[in-house]
Design a protein around this ligand. Structure first.
Ligand SMILES: C[S@@+](CC[C@H](N)C(=O)[O-])C[C@H]1O[C@@H](n2cnc3c(N)ncnc32)[C@H](O)[C@@H]1O
Length: 253
């Protein structure tokens, strides 16, 4: 039997597995207040389209039937707001995130949007979700999974809290394989994004980490295997925007 790995990646650095979460927490503590603005600037607004595509796959009930969404690593609430708006009056979303600063921004945004009755913000770790088994109809995670030190633990937890028949959807940066676009994308990611991070959020390092962590995330085929190993069935992946992003889907059957 092989020992479980004791090291992992924090961007391009190899760090002890137990130290990664604190480093990730520092990143989001530092950028929380500028996080949403940076998303718009970095992606020229494209992150909104990617999130909308994710939400169309969640298909919350339009009728009065209750529907419970869990958005893990949900940060400032983007996915949760979209899902409750897309569904009927009994759609409720729970945002679970490890970072209180991101959650604080999310709560303020929910109040501004008059959605604070329909979206609940809870501090918690994706690797040990603070919810009973079989409590959610769908579980989403957008641009979050690559930040979690133990991806397999996070998937096992998502599986546990989903009801049988529940849908897991993971939106994550992927690998650009289109000639020219890959070179352009690398130039942009490693030069423009950290510089933008410095000017807008006062933290180039945080955005250097985000760019590097994208390169270290498993490719879609490999991630599909990890989803299957966690128990998900009917696993599929959809490549968006030339591979900049992939939408992974699996079901608890
Ligand atoms: C790039 S942000 C994504 C936020 C949001 N989902 C979005 O798409 O705008 C990543 C989020 O993952 C959260 N996160 C990192 N590690 C986590 C963990 N172990 N458990 C829960 N959330 C985590 C961070 O605090 C941060 O809010």
């Amino acid at each position: 039997m092989t020992d479980p790995p004791s090291d992992t990646h924090f961007g391009f650095r190899t760090v002890p597995l137990d130290e990664k979460q604190a480093l990730v927490d520092d990143v989001f503590h530092s950028v929380a207040r500028r996080y949403d603005l940076m998303n718009d600037l970095m992606s020229a607004g494209l992150h909104r389209a990617w999130k909308d595509i994710l939400v169309t796959r969640v298909t919350p009930f339009k009728s009065d039937r209750p529907f419970a969404l869990l958005d893990v690593a949900g940060g400032t609430g983007d996915i949760a707001f979209r899902v409750v708006r897309a569904g009927g009056a009994d759609v409720h979303a729970t945002v679970c995130d490890i970072n209180p600063d991101m959650l604080a921004v999310g709560r303020e945004r929910a109040i501004d949007r008059d959605l604070d009755e329909r979206v609940t913000f809870i501090e918690g770790n994706a690797e040990a979700l603070p919810f009973p088994a079989k409590s959610f109809d769908a579980c989403t995670i957008a641009f979050g999974i690559r930040n979690v030190p133990r991806i397999e633990a996070a998937l096992a937890e998502a599986y546990r809290v989903l009801k049988p028949g529940g849908h897991y959807l993971c939106l994550e940066f992927s690998s650009v394989d289109v000639p020219w676009l890959d070179t352009l994308y690398d130039l942009y990611s490693f030069n423009v994004i950290p510089a933008l991070g410095q000017v807008v959020a006062g933290d180039a390092e945080a955005y250097r980490y985000l760019v590097e962590s994208i390169r270290k995330f498993p490719r879609p085929q490999a991630f599909a295997g990890i989803l299957r190993a966690a128990g998900f069935r009917r696993v599929d992946g959809k490549i968006l925007s030339g591979g900049i992003v992939a939408l992974h889907s699996g079901w608890r059957l």
